[in-house]
Design a protein around this ligand. Structure first.
Ligand SMILES: NC(=O)c1ccc[n+]([C@@H]2O[C@H](COP(=O)([O-])OP(=O)(O)OC[C@H]3O[C@@H](n4cnc5c(N)ncnc54)[C@H](OP(=O)(O)O)[C@@H]3O)[C@@H](O)[C@H]2O)c1
Length: 252
């Protein structure tokens, strides 16, 4: 339990990893802004926090929209006064279609959320962290195993997650002089709406289809909270949390 209530902004907090992490932060004594496009999902996620709900704020925004992102951080400052952590977690996947058939609109939608949205939120948080007293904070980007190796037919998702790795590294360097730490969690197969198809059966690199083992979102949330609770002169630069028996650990 933290002694003073720190402030986190968590995107994609209406479901999956983001919701589990927002609940874990609230339970640990943080104040949390829940962000996502659907206000009803955010309100429901906040209500699920029960006695901790008064320490949360639900703000609907598309992270790919600069004005909406600016409003999220303005509302967070108005309510909580500072930003100690951003969990850049909002993300989308694209249905697996052959590379040559991928519609431009699908590419753009995934990159707009996963990479452009992460940039916009990180920049807004960085500006606040740079200027607040005490100075500094931590930006935790949600990458993926896809930041390291692709699944078949996954160009927009894999490219956006490789972009996240570049964003993590550059913010980590540029944030040093302001006490801003930046790190990345790379998740493999947590059971959410986005990843449930892995449990049903998903195309492997050799073209076969296999059901893969999954882990619970609460185990990912624990890892993110652990990263967030380090002192600012300590950075868990990179953490991979995945299903022990998923194919990534070997060649298929
Ligand atoms: N589950 C896994 O195994 C796994 C593995 C590797 C990486 N990840 C990453 O984990 C993150 C969370 O995914 P998840 O698995 O928890 O799936 P999820 O339950 O589908 O969560 C994604 C969240 O992002 C929000 N979102 C999507 N587009 C948005 C936008 N443009 N603006 C604001 N919010 C947006 C969604 O809410 P709205 O629809 O209301 O906007 C949703 O709450 C993603 O970045 C994903 O790539 C997950």
């Amino acid at each position: 339990m933290t002694t003073t209530r720190k402030v986190a902004v968590i995107t994609g907090a209406g479901s999956g990893i983001g919701k589990a992490t927002a609940h874990a932060f609230l339970k640990d004594g943080w104040q949390v802004t829940f962000v996502g496009r659907r206000q009803d999902a955010l309100d429901a996620a906040l209500a699920e926090a029960g006695a901790d709900a008064p320490h949360g704020l639900a703000v609907a925004a598309d992270v790919g929209d600069p004005a909406a992102v600016a409003a999220v951080f303005e509302k967070t400052l108005a309510r909580f006064g500072r930003v100690d952590a951003l969990f850049n977690n909002a993300g989308q996947n694209a249905p697996g279609v052959p590379f040559e058939d991928l519609p431009w609109e699908k590419w753009k939608s995934v990159v707009d959320t996963n990479l452009n949205g992460a940039f916009l939120c990180a920049q807004a948080a960085f500006r606040i962290m740079k200027n607040q007293t005490p100075q500094g904070g931590r930006i935790i980007n949600n990458g993926s195993i896809s930041a390291h190796a692709p699944r078949p037919d996954s160009a927009p998702y894999t490219a956006s997650k490789h972009g996240i790795s570049g964003l993590t590294r550059t913010i980590s360097l540029d944030g040093r002089k302001y006490g801003i730490a930046c790190c990345q969690v790379d998740v493999g197969n947590a059971m959410t709406g986005l990843a449930s198809r892995m449990a049903k059966g998903v195309k492997q690199a050799d073209g076969t289809v296999k059901a893969e083992p999954m882990i619970d979102v609460t185990d990912v949330a624990k890892s993110v909270l652990f990263m967030a609770n380090q002192p600012l002169d300590v950075n868990i630069y990179h953490l991979m949390v995945m299903a022990t028996n998923m194919p990534y650990a070997g060649r298929g």
